[in-house]
Design a protein around this ligand. Sequence first.
Ligand code: FE
Ligand code: FE
Ligand code: ZN
Length: 297
Amino acid sequence: MNLIIGSHVSFNKDKQMLGSVIEALSYGSNTFMFYTGAPQNTNRSAICSNLTDLAHNLMLNENINIDDVVVHAPYIINLANDKNFDFNVKFLKEEIERVEALGVKKLVLHPGSHVNLGLEKGTSNIIKALNECLTSKTNVIVCLETMAGKGSEIGYRFEQLKEILDGVKLKDKVGVCLDTCHINDAGYDLNNFDEVLDEFDKIIGLDKLLVLHINDSKNIKGARKDRHENIGYGTIGFDNLIKIIYNEKLKDVPKILETPYVDTPIGKLAPYKREIMMIKDKKFNDNLVNDIVSDNK
Ligand code: FE
Ligand code: FE
Ligand code: ZN
């Protein structure tokens, strides 16, 4: 089967998406995800059309389909709360324009945290914000991410995402990104993924599932924590993750690793090349850190 797999990669202002593609190829990926700037702030530089063209040419040569590429919106913007609501809406509008300028079609967004407003008001704020940002001309699909349920996060139950999707007027401009670490931490049982996927299909519809975030978890099911772990090194486990990745119903959905960099004697290093090898071979690597170090020597 044609596996669409990649990871989070960097995006810096000198090379922009061209640098992201080169990094993705170095991991053996055929897709990738990036932030258009630092995830924790909203400082963004203009998209350079030259670099974008070079990135697209390289993707064509290397058989990366731009439709599988993903941008992640900065997690600092919170559409659920009243605080800075207008600023956040304006930022999301501009982010959608940047993503369009890059030719990327999928933008992953954390729905938001209601803080102390309550689920109902938070949800209606998210719906209002999305309806302000999306127009009939929008050429990007905003993919709401399944959350872990940390603090007052909205979107840790499929029903909550469904309610947001139902409130959005332009239905073809919204979808869902399912994060394996997050749904585990939210309480879904990944030992029975087929049942989880059936539940997703019943409540939201599988046609809405447009991105998968593949992460193991440092915490047990239902911990409501959100701490990612390397593939096969957490509580979800290698076999469960492989079953999800190779699920026939998800074969056309891009799979993105957001696992942590590993601590090594020569510094913090990206695990993605070796994790993607494990996934392609369907064989767990219990020597991950040493292999990563030897790749970087
Ligand atoms: Fe995320
Ligand atoms: Fe994620
Ligand atoms: Zn997370």
